[in-house]
Design a protein around this ligand. Structure first.
Ligand code: LLP
Length: 411
């Protein structure tokens, strides 16, 4: 990976371990910046994809803004050197405390998802003697054509304010003393490979912006959310450049500042999860390679039937897929957790031996951030590489860490 050998990283830090390339993250950030250079724009990296402080720090230093969905994410961004005024606060369930904290930090914008949230923000802002910058997250009712769990722009999803109600809610917002209307927002889903749903959503927002102008409500920015897909195995997602080309003419005509909230596309392919083969268990029906990472480390295959590529540490030396006398066989790569759903990859042709190191690619997004301690397993370590250097950016959790805050019942 880059100029660093994955087996060296495995030896140095142990496995399972997430490894991220600093340069790969910066390259994608640069690709977004270059593609939208002709517009006043702000890339707000969606922190939920990968919230390690080092990742946030690299992006903050490059000038990125951030999209957050909790006070926890906000505190991480601030701890990593990000600026509050470049942060948009998304999410359907913001609490009084979240809003108060964000306002006190000088948050850039709240992406508001309901009338009750709007009223709460107005109340909190009034208590603090401030005006809260808001945009409404509109649900444009566009089919993103992606996995149902990560599709968010349809009428029956919990997200956003219905397109046909949006103007009315803006009118209510305009009458609230402590609300400053600054923008409009949408996010229609994740891992979109086509540009058409983005264009359809943009058209719906443009229509609303026109209707709002007619009512004297003038916005400063439009936020098109995140959602651009990546290649995990053989997908061919639209490139950032083509994505921009499809949207630029309409955005230029609008004359508003443009925000994006990319998560996955910024970091997925900048990261791998490395894991060691502990047990090989061929059976009559299936061959299982039991590795030291599991669904608690990487839940995407179990939760979304996501397919992610598995690459052995040393690629086979010839096209027949054989090396060192081992035979290529079809394996399910699974963890050691007591669930049949605990798999990382199915039916992969691999040449394996116990002790081999495997890299699961595309793991930089929604990998570590969705990991858990199920089966009392400590979470993996995280390492960042740049050039020939590697640095630990999160220590492996110890078992003692897991029950440090628990207490025995006292009789
Ligand atoms: N903005 C908002 C309001 C979002 O809800 C999301 C993702 C993003 C931006 C970033 O979307 P991206 O560019 O990453 O597609 N855990 C799932 C993905 C869940 C996405 C949730 N929202 C997965 O592993 O596939």
């Amino acid at each position: 990976m880059g100029q660093v050998s994955i087996s060296d990283v495995a030896e140095h830090y142990g496995t399972p371990c997430y490894v991220y390339s600093k340069q790969a993250i910066l390259d994608v950030y640069q690709a977004y910046s270059d593609s939208f250079a002709s517009l006043d724009h702000q890339i707000c990296y969606a922190v939920k994809a990968n919230s390690n402080l080092a990742v946030l720090g690299v992006l903050a230093q490059a000038g990125a803004g951030f999209d957050i969905v909790s006070r926890g994410e906000l505190m991480r961004v601030l701890a990593a050197g990000g600026h509050a005024d470049r942060i948009v606060f998304s999410g359907v369930g913001k609490t009084y405390d979240d809003i108060e904290f964000a306002l006190n930090q000088g948050i850039g914008c709240f992406n508001v998802e309901s009338i009750s949230e709007l009223a709460l923000i107005n109340d909190v802002a009034q208590q603090l003697g401030k005006r809260a910058p808001i945009s409404l997250r509109v649900n444009p009712d566009v089919d993103a054509g992606t996995h149902p769990y990560i599709s968010t722009g349809l009428k029956d999803n919990k997200f956003g304010i219905a397109h046909d109600k949006a103007v009315g809610v803006y009118e209510q917002a305009a009458m609230m003393d402590n609300i400053d209307i600054v923008g409009i927002d949408c996010h229609i889903g994740s891992q979109l490979t086509e540009v058409a749903p983005f264009v359809a959503a943009l058209d719906k927002l443009i229509e609303l912006i026109g209707a709002l102008r007619d009512k004297g409500i003038n916005l400063r920015h439009i936020d098109l959310g995140g959602g651009l897909g990546v290649r995990y195995i053989d997908e061919s997602p639209v490139t950032i450049d083509k994505f921009a080309q499809a949207l630029l003419p309409k955005l230029q005509a609008l004359g508003l500042k443009v925000f994006f909230e990319p998560g996955r596309s910024m970091v997925a392919n900048a990261g791998v999860l490395i894991t060691r083969v502990d047990v090989l268990k061929p059976t009559e029906h299936k061959n299982f390679a039991i590795v030291d990472a599991a669904m608690n480390d990487l839940i995407r295959p179990a939760l979304y039937q996501a397919e992610m590529a598995v690459i052995p540490e040393t690629l086979p030396s010839d096209d027949t897929g054989t090396d060192a006398g081992n035979e290529a066989m079809t394996w399910d790569v699974v963890g050691a957790i007591c669930e049949t759903g605990d798999f990382l990859a199915k039916d992969r042709v691999l040449t394996l031996a116990v002790g081999d190191i495997l890299a699961i690619t595309g793991a930089g997004a929604y990998g570590f951030t969705m990991s858990s301690n199920y089966n009392s397993r400590g979470r993996a370590s995280e390492v960042m590489i740049a050039g020939t250097q590697h640095q630990l950016i999160r220590k492996r959790e110890t078992i003692e860490d897991l029950y440090r805050d628990e207490m025995l019942w006292q009789d």
